[in-house]
Design a binder for this molecule. Sequence first.
Ligand SMILES: [Zn+2]
Length: 236
Amino acid sequence: MQLDAMWQFMQVDMEADKFENRMRQSPNRQKLIKQRDFLKDQQANMKKLEAELAVMQDRLAAVQDEAERLEKVLEGLSQEIEANPPATIEEADRQAESVTKLLDSLTRYEQELQKMRKDADAKDRQQKEIRVRAAKTKQDFDQLKVQYDEEFKADTEALQKMRARTEAESKKLPKELLEKYNDIKQHVTPPMAKLVNGQCSGCFMSLAGATLLDIRSGDKLVVCDNCGRILYDPGE
Ligand SMILES: [Zn+2]
């Protein structure tokens, strides 16, 4: 009976699939993926910080220029007052007011500059911290990668052997049966289920009498109405 061969084939096929799944879920692999994602995030953070710092430095330079310009204006005004002392009280008041205004502006600029320098320093520190953390992670990643590469090489060899066995077993099956198997495997796995006490052992649904008869006649491939698995009656 060809279904016996199919069942045999399924055992090795499922074993290979399981092994490949385990490879994908390997703790080392998961760790490497996490570290790689972390490094990518840190790179993005660094780029963002660099862009923010560039903008801040531009603004800082602009405010600094403006402060310097005001200082010169103030200096010019002082010299002018010294050279031509005010003749009236009103004139003196006006000049004093101008000087006060200039000084106020300068104070504000100075405060702004201080705040900006502090912000820039904070961002600078943040960058340094990220660099240190990323370097540490990169080191861990590189070490683990060496270990994982060896693990992966050995596992790949083992998997290739399993796949070769699967291939050999598949040759014992007619092409149409193999196609059907692969078709069903796309939707449900394992794609075959034993018939046990009139039930599909894949989904535990009780099968209709007609279905049971079809299976026992062995003339055609019968699939479970409920889960779509190929039903297999191992007999006695
Ligand atoms: Zn079923």
